[in-house]
Write a protein that binds this ligand. Sequence first.
Ligand SMILES: NC(=O)c1ccc[n+]([C@@H]2O[C@H](COP(=O)([O-])OP(=O)(O)OC[C@H]3O[C@@H](n4cnc5c(N)ncnc54)[C@H](O)[C@@H]3O)[C@@H](O)[C@H]2O)c1
Ligand SMILES: C[N+](C)(C)CC=O
Length: 489
Amino acid sequence: MNIKKQFIDGAWVASESGAVREIINPFNQEVIAKVAESDESDTKAAIAAARKAFDDGDWASTPAIERGGLVRRIAELIERDREELAELESIDTGKTVEESRWDMDDIAGVFRYFADMADKDGGEIIESPIPNSTSRVVHEPVGVCGQITPWNYPLLQASWKLAPALAAGNTLVMKPSEITPLTSIKVFELMEEAGVPAGVVNLVLGPGNSVGAELSENNDVDLISFTGGIETGKRIMQAASSNVKNLALELGGKNPNIVFADAAFETAVDQAMNAVFFHAGQICSAGTRLIVEDSIHDNFVEALVERVKKIKLGNGFDASTQMGPLISEDHLNKVIQYVENGKKEGATVAVGGDRPEEPELQNGFFYLPTVLTDCTTDMSVVQDEGFGPVITVEKFSTEEEAVRLANDSIYGLSGGVFTNDIAKAERCVAKMRMGTVWINDVNLYFPQAPWGGYKQSGIGRELGKTGLEEYQETKHIFQNLKPESVNWF
Ligand SMILES: NC(=O)c1ccc[n+]([C@@H]2O[C@H](COP(=O)([O-])OP(=O)(O)OC[C@H]3O[C@@H](n4cnc5c(N)ncnc54)[C@H](O)[C@@H]3O)[C@@H](O)[C@H]2O)c1
Ligand SMILES: C[N+](C)(C)CC=O
């Protein structure tokens, strides 16, 4: 098996230590790849390459239309290799290939969106209050960007960082999750093929506590953009204070989904499932907190449980599979413990709550799709991000109570409201403290709309025009058109 390498200063290189990591298929625990394991010294080399490319290279001053053209070329190459990328993502994460194909289409769309945006910003003229002067604002690249991504949507989360950083003229060092690096490696091959200049994009492959920590602390990095868990986000925020880096954090969520009695019943049941069970619930915006009006609660739970029982678990490469495994044994154990805690606190397992019994699933990190009822806001299963295929169900009796429950969280990433009363939906949305709220839908995101969290779900917004602005500094340029001495001193 070839060992996949890091990409530093335009070359594929082994790690300085020679260390190698095995990458595991979560469906059957087979070794699917071996990759170089970077450490701090590799990371420093990658940062130095990005620094040199930014300070001494031409990338930042390349006309924006050319940078956009190159980002568009990357989109075309992703579209060309869509199937290979989708299969790599599925074998690495366990998600169904069909889900990975959607991801690849989204990802190409993200590169196209930022390619189109690259040359649309001509700055801004300010009406100067000073006579005989001009005042204008221009946007410039931030500099060297450190980018750290999680394992659940490896290439999608990478694309939200790579495309705007390049379009805005930055150089970068990316560190994907050490357990799911395969599609990131492939996309760096595509960026090389597209002709991105040496040193502009660099890839290091290794664990968070060495490689990620170096990226977050190193004083030659100007911006750190992180997607991952809240505790890691806090550590990165502290490390980034070393040189007051620009900081973008996309953290976790514990996302409420309010269902009113007047909602379209079957649609709301169907969407409650879509909210959670894609990628076995390993989605930051999964609607894992169902909040149902008490008059329909029992019927709703009954209908939900009947459908959840039918979800087909299996290999993401089988067309009949609806839900794959969790990412790792470690994560499976966390989900098991999370449900056990809920049971101890008084939650009732309406369906699931265990590992599946089928012999063909025993080598994978599978957990049954699970519905927990009799839940209340004070329970850890309602407050903590379980990041598994588990829905908790709470009841409410008034609109005010529904919103109060939904907001009772340290998180504020996303939420949903199901009702046929649009005025009621809008009243709820206005009070829900979340970065994205869906009315009669779940889990939708697209390149044109900003994405990010209120409260402890993060800082900043990816995607949309804010996604580009995160990678830009703002400069005010004032010009005196009639310079003359002031003679104050
Ligand atoms: N808000 C969003 O858009 C979004 C999207 C996807 C995932 N997430 C969140 O990501 C989490 C799941 O991903 P995960 O388990 O990979 O998260 P994680 O925080 O464990 O790891 C994320 C990345 O951070 C690195 N890392 C770990 N310790 C580090 C350190 N001390 N310094 C620097 N980097 C370090 C990891 O190696 C990995 O690359 C969930 O909480 C999920 O909600 C959020
Ligand atoms: C942001 N999203 C929904 C694509 C992935 C979250 O884990």
